[in-house]
Design a protein around this ligand. Structure first.
Ligand code: FAD
Length: 314
């Protein structure tokens, strides 16, 4: 029997801090990722998430990585995309994730593969809202003894497929109405866009946690890659000017990216963001630096500190 909606372990701590990894394809990559996880584990993340190659190419790798991280005692959230999958396939994948120890899923549409043959008529679903509904009905049919925490994607600066920004918010609301528990945003560099998005969500009655996706720029090529992969993301002139001043010096550019992201996080925390999700690209250095800049004590209980008026008494 389902335990019913209870506060998810992902949000035990407010704000939540989480990291995203992708499944490495080589033994060297796996080794490097393990080192990253060991380093970042010291910061007691609320959870980590593991990406999923739309179409299922990385299905086994995602499951294996989820199992490995979950075994280290860190709540792990596999991503799942519905592009390229039938209902039967999705059921098998969900069962695999749950058997690997996952108690949460990030439900996504995914993007159709750019290369190779792709037949959309095979797909069970066209949008993530349908996948959320499917996950809820699957867990009901499975009579799981726990309720899966289901997250969905959000786009503070808009998703390129929907030009009508009012309709887009209705589509987001549909995902919550189907049973999603939280929203994790695409990376962004403009906090105003995020704050406005959060306000628009609240106006629509979307009251689930909204986690801010943060990715520090670490090089010119990473900037170009982000622009390509997160189409529609705005790169503020302030960031670009700072990068120009670095004149192509790699270390300076990385420092600028870390400083920029640190300032972004600091402001988000001041404005009581529900959580911050770091897109790590499987590397720990930049995220570690941001943590240091913010002076976050990973084991501090923010609610308790507030209640004790800690800052005023000491
Ligand atoms: C936090 C995060 C993690 C991600 N992880 C992965 C990953 O692991 N693997 C991967 O392949 N991709 C990943 N992506 C990318 C994501 O799959 C793509 O951005 C995709 O284009 C959108 O997915 P979605 O879940 O938001 O889809 P949807 O919510 O289905 O929305 C997709 C588009 O369709 C529109 N839409 C929704 N419902 C309707 C409707 N009923 N009628 C008409 N239009 C509609 C929306 O407005 C939007 O423009 C991630 C994105 C984010 C933000």
């Amino acid at each position: 029997m389902n335990e019913g909606p209870s506060r998810s372990v992902l949000f035990d701590r407010a704000p939540s801090f989480s990291f995203e990894f992708f499944p490495p394809k080589t033994p060297e990559g796996a080794q490097a990722l393990l080192a990253t996880i060991v380093t970042l584990q010291e910061f007691h993340p609320s959870f980590v998430s593991v990406t999923y190659g739309a179409g299922g190419g990385s299905r086994e790798l995602t499951r294996a990585l989820v199992r490995d991280i979950q075994q280290r005692g860190i709540p792990t959230v596999p991503h799942l995309t519905c592009v390229g999958h039938t209902e039967e396939e999705l059921e098998t994948i969900l069962a695999g994730f749950v058997n690997a120890g996952a108690r949460a899923i990030l439900a996504l549409r995914g993007d159709p593969p750019r290369r190779g043959a792709y037949d959309p008529s095979r797909d069970a679903f066209r949008h993530a809202a349908e996948l959320v509904r499917f996950i809820r009905s699957w867990e009901e049919r499975q009579r799981l003894s726990f309720r899966l925490t289901v997250g969905v994607a959000g786009f503070a600066e808009g998703h390129p497929d929907t030009r009508n920004r009012l309709r887009e918010m209705d589509f987001l609301k549909a995902k919550i109405d189907e049973g999603a528990d939280y929203i994790c945003t695409q990376l962004f560099f403009d906090n105003h866009a995020f704050f406005d998005y959060r306000s628009r969500c609240r106006l629509l009655g979307i009251d689930v946690p909204i986690i801010a996706g943060i990715m520090p720029v670490t090089s010119v090529s990473s900037l170009n890659r982000m622009a390509e992969l997160s189409a529609g993301t705005n790169f503020p002139a302030r960031l670009l000017k700072a990068m120009l001043r670095a004149g192509g010096d790699r270390q300076s550019i990385e420092r600028i990216g870390v400083n920029y992201a640190s300032q972004q996080c600091s402001e988000l925390l001041d404005e009581e963001v529900d959580g911050i999700h770091f897109y790590t690209l499987n590397r720990s250095r930049a995220t570690l630096e941001i943590y240091r800049n913010l002076g976050i004590n990973a084991s501090a209980d923010v609610d308790r500190i507030k209640a004790l008026n800690f800052l005023y008494k000491s």
